[in-house]
Design a protein around this ligand. Structure first.
Ligand code: ZN
Length: 242
């Protein structure tokens, strides 16, 4: 069984491998864009519900790929957000909600808890040899090993944690719903673009119901324009994503 500190060690290795794999994971060099996403992460982890604030890295990276609507977090709090996701979303609250969901996977230690010692060693072996000609393959293999098996229950829990983390923030805590609503509309027409997302985050309609239950339980008031940051986000997109 992995300790949280070991999550960070494993995550740091996977993170380096992702950075080295510039073909599949072109990390944006736009410092302003990265600083913007980091600022969302920094605000989310102010929540008292965050357990590993002083243990995990909680560092944000932007992947310059407009065709992928996704985000992921490797153990230890290394968060990767695709420009495709940022462009797809309509308000800042829903971007914060998706990032909070990813932080939820890290905090609940979904992938590292599931990983047996053997599998972890296998993942690390794939990452260890920098001279390996199949660097790209090993990065992908390790990431798949870590991320591709989020279960439905993991998704429910990460959604619930997203609401909890955003409760004390400036954003509407239920903003994950805007993302779901949009997915439901585009699911059929743009299956290709969303394939990666559904592979790492199984989407089912009842996730919306579960988020609604959580909002009720925590007495979250309906959203207002002021806590969705719709206009601000349109400006942010124009400024940072063109
Ligand atoms: Zn997820």
């Amino acid at each position: 069984m992995y300790s949280p500190a070991e999550d960070v060690k494993l995550g740091a290795k996977v993170k380096s491998q992702i950075e080295a794999d510039t073909k599949d994971y072109p990390i944006s060099k736009n410092q302003e864009l990265t600083a913007y996403v980091q600022s969302l992460v920094d605000q989310i982890i102010q929540s008292k519900e965050i357990k590993y604030k002083n243990v995990f890295a909680y560092k944000a990276y932007v992947i310059q790929d407009d065709n992928t609507v996704n985000a992921f977090c490797v153990p230890g709090g290394y968060i990767f957000v695709y420009t495709g996701l940022m462009k797809y979303l309509d308000n800042e609250a829903s971007l914060a909600a998706v990032i909070a969901h990813e932080i939820g996977h890290a905090e609940a230690r979904h992938s590292s808890r599931r990983m047996t010692q053997g599998k972890a060693l296998e993942a690390l072996a794939g990452l260890a040899d920098k001279k390996n000609k199949n660097v790209t393959k090993s990065a992908d293999a390790a990431i798949n090993l870590l991320l591709l098996n989020n279960s439905r229950d993991d998704e429910y829990e990460a959604d619930e944690l997203s609401v909890k983390y955003l409760k004390s923030s400036k954003w509407y805590a239920g903003a994950m719903k805007y993302f779901f609503a949009k997915l439901t509309c585009t699911e059929k027409s743009e299956g290709g673009t969303l394939r990666k997302l559904f592979a790492t985050h199984p989407f089912t309609k009842d996730r919306v119901d579960k988020v609604n239950e959580e909002l009720k339980k925590l007495n979250i008031e309906p959203p207002r324009e002021a806590n969705l940051f719709y206009k601000e986000y349109q400006n942010t997109k124009v400024k940072l994503l063109n």
